[in-house]
Structures are given as C-alpha cells and as structure tokens.
Design a protein around this ligand. Structure first.
Ligand code: PGA
Length: 268
C-alpha cells in the first residue's frame, strides 16, 4: 500500500510577516515579543539563536533587565546549536557567545541555560539527551531564529529532507564561509555542529524569525514566498501554526509588493 501525505494549509495559518524599517526596529519588535512572553509566563522556555542578527535583541533585553523591567529568574533557555569540537570556554563557541551577550548580564539561572555539548564524545547520545531535556521542560514556548543566506535555521542546512531530531551536521561551504568572519582564519571554522532539528522548532508555541540586510533578501523571499522544501529549510515555517517573520526593508527587498497588503501581513 502506498501512502500520500497531503498537507492542508489553511489561509489563516499564513505566516505573520512584519515589515519594519531597519535593524533597530526589528530588534525592538523582537525584544517586545520576548519581553511580552516572559511577563505573561515568567517560567517560559525560550529557544535562542546566535549570530549577528539577534545581538540587538539581546542588547535590549539586557537593558530592560538592568532597568528592572524584566525578570529572567524562572526562565529556561535552549540554544539551537553548537560547534562540534569547541569547548564552552572557546571564544568562538556559542556557549561563550551567549555568556557574553546575554547570560552574564541578566538573572537567568545557569542551571536552566542549555546548549548542546560540542565536546560530547558520543554526539548521537548528546543529541538524544538534548531532545529529552527540551521535552522534559515541556517544549519551547517561544523560539527565536535567524536565517542563513542559504535559508538555514539553526544549523539545519539545505538538504533533501528535513531533520526532525537534534542531529550532527556537516556544515556547508557557504555556511563555513559566512561564519569565517568570527574566526581568525577560515581553517579555524569548525566543519561540524550539533543542531536542534525541525521537530522542536515546529512544536514551539510561537516562532519569531528575524532577518535584516540585503544579503538575506533572497533567503527570505524563498522561505516566505516559495515552495516548502528542505532545500530552503526556513520554508517549513510556512506550516507553523504561529510563525512571525520580522523583516527589515533590505531583507524584504525581493518580496512582492502585494504581500505587503495581504492578510495578516502588515507594516510594523
Ligand atoms: P547571522 O546568522 O545572524 O550572523 O547572519 C544567521 C544564521 O546563520 O542563522
């Protein structure tokens, strides 16, 4: 017997695409969403991202915490990914990134801030442990995502299938090139990573994808307006029940004008 899976997408399931002017506006809108989540549910489980894109978001969250406007004491966080072979203290590790830009500046409980262990001897076992921890925490309430120039989310690279569970990733050349700016030499960029899969992302109650800059325009266009395909991993978010895409003017440059006036899509 052969089976065909038909995905029925209701008009109302459409991504909520919010057009904002620039990086600052995108960061502010994202910070308002994260802050609103924490105020509404102080023990929220946040899915967090690294990279240049969420820096403005983290800066605002730290500022609002310092001003007494936010309390992270009951929050749990799970990061999307970590390089294989980098220890938590390696300056280019995502552990170190999160320490520098968020964890050391707010009152998150260190025992509730999780990233995959890039030094795990048994990566498969570590991946299974990470998924089990996310499930034990009740899943992600709000997942923050950046998008790669090749359409990746987390380190879910373009492929011929969507990986569901946390898994080992061989980074593609374009990703290695893109990340080389954080390392002294191209040869220093790790070739492998552990990444959360699409299962945890798609099960998140709410997903917020941030995209800024003209180098993201093609990826945004393909992810939001194109077909759902593992060749453009972010396109799977078209099927998410509550996905918000915050795009600045440069990242939205290739979006058709009519999208700006359709349905739940609006100008921020
Ligand atoms: P960036 O990376 O924020 O540094 O552009 C995003 C990503 O690769 O997911």
């Amino acid at each position: 017997m052969s089976w065909m899976i038909v995905i029925v997408k209701m008009e109302d399931d459409r991504m909520d695409v919010v057009f904002v002017e620039d990086y600052e506006a995108m960061s502010r809108r994202a910070a308002e969403i994260v802050a609103g989540q924490i105020r509404q549910k102080p023990d929220s489980v946040l899915g967090l991202a690294t990279g240049s894109t969420p820096l403005g978001l983290y800066r605002l969250l730290c500022r609002w915490y310092a001003a007494g406007r936010l309390d992270f004491s009951a929050v749990t966080t799970f990061n999307l990914d970590e390089y294989i072979g980098l220890s938590p203290t390696h300056p280019q590790s995502y552990h170190a990134f999160m320490q520098e830009h968020l964890f050391s500046k707010v009152n998150l409980c260190p025992a509730r801030c999780f990233l995959p262990d890039g030094m795990a001897g048994d990566v498969l076992a570590e991946a299974g442990r990470y998924d089990a921890r996310i499930e034990a925490a009740g899943g992600i309430d709000l997942q923050v995502l950046g998008i790669g120039r090749n359409g990746h989310i987390g380190f879910n690279e373009p492929d011929d299938h969507f990986a569901v569970r946390t898994h080992r990733v061989h980074l593609r050349d374009d990703t290695i090139q893109a990340n080389a700016r954080f390392f002294p030499r191209l040869a220093d960029v790790p070739r492998e990573a552990i990444s959360v899969g699409m299962g945890a992302i798609m099960k998140a109650q709410h997903v917020v994808l941030l995209a800024s800059g003209s180098d993201k325009a093609e990826a945004v266009h393909r992810a939001v307006c194109g077909v759902v395909t593992p060749r453009v991993p972010a396109s799977i978010l078209q099927l998410h029940r509550a996905a918000t895409v915050l795009v600045d003017a440069d990242a939205a440059a290739l979006m058709p004008e009519k999208w700006r006036h359709a349905g739940r899509i609006h100008i921020g």
